[in-house]
Write a new protein. Structure first.
Length: 89
């Protein structure tokens, strides 16, 4: 049986911002093509229509750069200053 992660075409990252010491609020979703989805004009399905950030939240450029680097390295979760990024399952 094949590993399902090997067949995925989309990596969906949740982008959260710290509200206080124990809580984060979801502010945006980032979609990254995987596998044979590279080159597709957009993600499959009816809920999302573009790659990258989905909303109009103001995610600072330094967080965007850190996310891009993490995606390249295959990281699934990380904290960066007041931000938390993690793959959504």
């Amino acid at each position: 049986m094949e590993n399902q992660r090997d067949n995925e075409v989309v990596a969906m990252y949740g982008v959260y911002r710290r509200r206080d010491d124990d809580h984060y609020s979801h502010v945006d979703t980032f979609l990254q093509p995987m596998g044979h989805a590279h080159g597709w004009p957009g993600p499959p399905g009816d809920y999302y229509f573009k790659w990258g950030f989905q909303g109009k939240a103001r995610v600072p450029p330094m967080v965007r750069r850190r996310l891009a680097a993490a995606v390249e390295r295959g990281e699934e979760a990380f904290d960066f200053r007041d931000w938390r990024i993690k793959i959504m399952t």
